[in-house]
Write a protein that binds this ligand. Structure first.
Ligand SMILES: NC(=O)c1ccc[n+]([C@@H]2O[C@H](COP(=O)([O-])OP(=O)(O)OC[C@H]3O[C@@H](n4cnc5c(N)ncnc54)[C@H](O)[C@@H]3O)[C@@H](O)[C@H]2O)c1
Length: 265
């Protein structure tokens, strides 16, 4: 099946984890894909996998905190493939050692988080949307997080910047809907990227699983498939929305895991 045939997609953070999965799955559905990452080797590895599977791909080195670098990325995509239809603004995150509670959070880390998560999302869209309008429409996909929806004891900056990503998503959707540019966000829950899988102790993994309604944690492909849907015309009536892909983590009552154990039989 080629659900993205004829489309050109740029995926940032495609050198690893969820971004890599999204790029590979989009290619499998017929998109020509630009895999962009700070980590040149990661981008090249993703590109090699896509090429080996018969896809058309361009690896690019980008720093999404630098507007010039984003402009060069979009220009390279359009120069190579003649247009742009899908942008996946996937890079984000904060440093968990510095992103603490209100009284102990590092404010320089907060500023870095704004640049990495929100400013990068705005800039990516700012450079890509004119090309989407020229193409008759397009889809911007932003990576938020369930952290945007709940309060937490740590990661004050992370929650704030991901909530801002959701807000920016709605503004872009409203502003460019008339030109058929859609903009949606995905909120992953706990996703077992290689980095997490190798570093999380088994008891933490078990605790995360208990917090889900489903009895397993997400894989990068679980998010990648959602991004393929948002990139495709199957989601043509969907804009300005946040799709929560979290195994039921954010909707489950905190009492549910304990009550499950109380069920008879
Ligand atoms: N993994 C999860 O459980 C989870 C949950 C919710 C949200 N997210 C979101 O997913 C995204 C991260 O994806 P992942 O979990 O696959 O992580 P990952 O660490 O595997 O991938 C992130 C990629 O981004 C690249 N990158 C970092 N800074 C960059 C920069 N300035 N410019 C360009 N590229 C840069 C890295 O080199 C890396 O390849 C973030 O937006 C994060 O907030 C992840």
């Amino acid at each position: 099946m080629e659900r993205l045939k004829g489309k050109v997609a740029v995926v940032t953070g495609a050198g690893s984890g969820i971004g890599r999965s999204a790029a590979e799955l989009m290619s499998r559905q017929g998109a020509r894909v630009v895999v962009a990452d700070h980590d040149t080797r990661g981008a090249e590895e993703t590109a090699a996998t896509i090429e080996a599977a018969g896809g058309t791909v361009l690896p690019c080195t980008v720093d999404v905190t630098d507007e010039g670098s984003i402009a060069d990325l979009v220009a390279a995509a359009v120069g190579e493939f003649g247009g742009l239809h899908v942008l996946c603004n996937h890079v984000g995150g904060t440093d968990p050692r510095k992103d603490l509670d209100l009284l102990r959070m590092d404010m320089d880390e907060f500023d870095r988080a704004v640049a990495l998560n929100v400013r990068s999302t705005l800039l990516g869209a700012r450079h890509a949307v004119p090309h989407m309008i020229r193409a008759g429409g397009g889809s911007v996909i932003n990576t938020a997080s369930v952290a945007a929806l709940v309060g937490d004891v740590l990661q004050t900056s992370y929650g704030a910047v991901k909530a801002a990503v959701v807000s920016v998503t709605k503004s872009i959707a409203v502003q460019y809907g008339p030109q058929r540019v859609r903009c949606n966000a995905v909120a992953p829950g706990a996703v077992m990227t290689p980095a997490l899988e190798n570093n999380l102790p088994a008891d933490v993994v078990e605790a995360l699983k208990k917090g889900n309604a489903l009895p397993y944690l997400g894989s990068p492909d679980d998010i990648g498939h959602t991004m393929v849907f948002l990139a495709s015309d199957e989601s043509r009536y969907l804009t300005g929305q946040l799709l929560v892909v979290d195994g039921g983590m954010s909707m489950q009552s905190s009492a549910a895991p304990g009550r499950r154990a109380m069920l008879p039989g």
